[in-house]
Design a protein around this ligand. Sequence first.
Ligand SMILES: C[S@@+](CC[C@H](N)C(=O)[O-])C[C@H]1O[C@@H](n2cnc3c(N)ncnc32)[C@H](O)[C@@H]1O
Length: 243
Amino acid sequence: MTRMRFIEKIFLKYLGLRRIEGTLCFDREVFDLFLSAPYDIAPNFQGSPPSTAKDVRCRDHPRFGRFVYAFAKYYKPHCIVEVGTHLGGTAVGWAKAIVENGRGKLICIDNDSYSEGTYPAIARRNLIETGIADEHLELHNGDSKAIVPHIAEVFRGKVETYLVDGDHTYEGALTDIEKGLPMMRPGGFILVHDVDKNRKMDETSQDHPHPVSEAFFRVIDGSKYEWCILKFIRKHLGVMRVT
Ligand SMILES: C[S@@+](CC[C@H](N)C(=O)[O-])C[C@H]1O[C@@H](n2cnc3c(N)ncnc32)[C@H](O)[C@@H]1O
């Protein structure tokens, strides 16, 4: 174990895991799997070409990828949908768990707007590196506003895990969450990245100073869903359990 990983593990175990807001609880085993996961679950991960402005942003939170890996290892979902795949920083976590679980389908959606010309080609390459077979994978290239409603119709009530990390405007994030609700199986989880209220985002507007967080709570406020925010994940990960 590297020195960095050791320090991170201590931080997470004794400090980080206490940084959870909300009442939704996971089994201890989810965190144990998270803490014991390899530091880099995709060592051969290919980033975007150096000329692309937003080169590193989506590779900058391996902890996030490790958490979704642990999450899927524990819950063993049959069907995972992800909006905002980019090069696959989080999708490799889902994919690796699917391979190790021996079951599951991963449906990715991105409109290739972040670093043009990289999705789906580089994302597919990174995902295949995990060993996931083609028949367990669907990569959709286009606007989530059009694709999510279609997926929600095809997979109505069948999706156990849905990660929202695409359009970070208030309207965009809210649409992605709401349009995905019909596909959720009761008891399934919606994970929403970037619900951190302390970070200024490019998508911040006068009406919506914390766009993704506001979208997350807008859905929760009109529901009986349990929720939590994992603040030890960089830029914070909100999780709601759909009933
Ligand atoms: C923050 S990145 C996702 C990071 C990724 N989850 C990871 O961990 O590497 C956001 C992604 O959402 C995509 N995106 C933004 N708006 C979108 C939309 N309306 N439909 C589909 N994808 C969108 C962008 O192209 C970008 O790749």
